[in-house]
Design a binder for this molecule. Structure first.
Ligand SMILES: [Fe+2]
Ligand SMILES: [Fe+2]
Length: 366
């Protein structure tokens, strides 16, 4: 039995969290979105819609046939709950945004693809909530929707950031999955087994949003200003994840992972994958890039420690400014356009009892 009081508390804390690293809820300008043309790539969007409608994960997110869920989960590390809350917020945020776009966008094929994408994210957040209930936790999604502030962004920025979030989501899930396949002794909850099939949804989402960017090549990808924006928002996505995972390092340690190595790998792979749409990549393997990221992590740790010990905004301002300078230094670094480093051929889907998903047939990266 989950105490309602604690669910309300967790939900209100998640809604009120406006820190740099907290997941946001987004809306966009639908008039501007409807002014975009997609019909010149109608065949590609129809094929993409089919990929969503085929829905190979239709029966995937079902726990009934999996006896691994019938266990006592009362002694799992506290960091696991935080991991689930963050995951649920991210998935639910996607479900809300995509549902709203599906209702407002005029192109019927895109609208229905967004609807199916919202369906996927709804499934993901629902599956995480079931795991939360295993550890006597939950979020009140209706309350969350009512209390959380929504941020409005230009469709171009929405497409850049959701594209990267989906692709990074794929690499985050597949890397945890692969690690725990190799080290099952750290897999203390069966939800991790599902990340292998789950991440295929995220890659599909990323490819759909990438296709929309390609359809707006002149408007959204070409030209100096767009390239600067792409660099800025790519960095924003990487740095946010970096600081978020720094703070969540206990969770990664609990599953036998080093958060820093994991993040560098995920950033490297996302960066290489996104180059096919963006036409450039940040030089994330440059020693200076990693050095500055490490310095930001140090500064952020100090800043949050001082914040926790009651330091006011004024006392924290120099540290925030120093992090801003670090960010600017990363932003100013030269980008690369040569061939990206290879991405591992991850297996496509996991073997899970009761699931009809095919596995191991083709590499994830075409
Ligand atoms: Fe998702
Ligand atoms: Fe997604």
């Amino acid at each position: 039995m989950i105490a309602t009081e604690s669910v309300i508390q967790d939900t209100k804390a998640a809604a009120a969290d406006k820190s740099l690293i907290s997941p946001r809820f987004y809306v966009t300008d639908y008039k501007k979105m409807n002014a975009l043309r997609f019909d010149h790539m109608a065949d590609a969007f129809k094929a993409m819609h089919k990929r969503f409608a085929d829905d190979p994960n239709k029966h995937f997110f079902k726990r009934d046939d999996d006896p691994d869920f019938d266990q006592d989960f009362s002694k799992l590390p506290a960091s696991f709950k935080e991991f689930l809350i963050r995951g649920c917020l991210g998935e639910f945020s996607g479900a809300l945004l995509y549902k709203e776009i599906a209702e407002r966008i005029e192109d019927p094929i895109l609208s229905d693809t967004y609807r199916l994408m919202a369906r996927d994210e709804g499934r993901h957040s629902g599956f995480i909530r079931l795991a939360m209930r295993d550890i006597s936790a939950d979020l009140d999604l209706q309350l969350l929707q009512g209390e959380k502030e929504f941020v409005s962004m230009h469709p171009k920025i929405i497409l850049y950031t959701t594209y990267l979030s989906e692709v990074i989501g794929y690499f985050r899930y597949i890397n945890i999955y692969s690690h725990l396949q190799a080290h099952p002794e750290h897999r203390y909850h069966p939800i991790f087994k599902y990340f292998g099939g789950w991440c295929q949804d995220e890659l599909k989402h990323g490819d759909f949003i990438g296709l929309q960017l390609e359809a707006q090549k002149n408007l959204y990808l070409d030209g100096g200003v767009n390239r600067l924006l792409i660099r800025f928002f790519s960095l924003a996505v990487y740095v946010t994840m970096w600081l978020r995972d720094l703070k969540a390092q206990d969770f990664y340690a609990s599953i036998g992972m080093n958060w820093r190595e994991y993040d560098l790998k995920v950033i490297r792979e996302t960066n290489a994958y996104a180059q096919r749409v963006f036409g450039l990549r940040l030089d994330v393997d440059h020693p200076q890039f990693i050095q500055i990221l490490d310095r930001m992590a140090e500064r952020y740790t100090k800043m949050t420690e001082r914040e926790a010990s009651g330091a006011g905004k004024l006392a924290l301002a120099p540290m925030k400014a120093a992090m801003g300078v670090d960010y600017l230094r990363l932003f100013m670094m030269k980008v690369r356009k040569d061939a990206p480093p290879p991405i591992p051929d991850y297996p496509v889907a996991p073997i899970i009892k009761g699931c009809s998903v095919k596995h191991g047939a083709e590499p994830a990266m075409a």
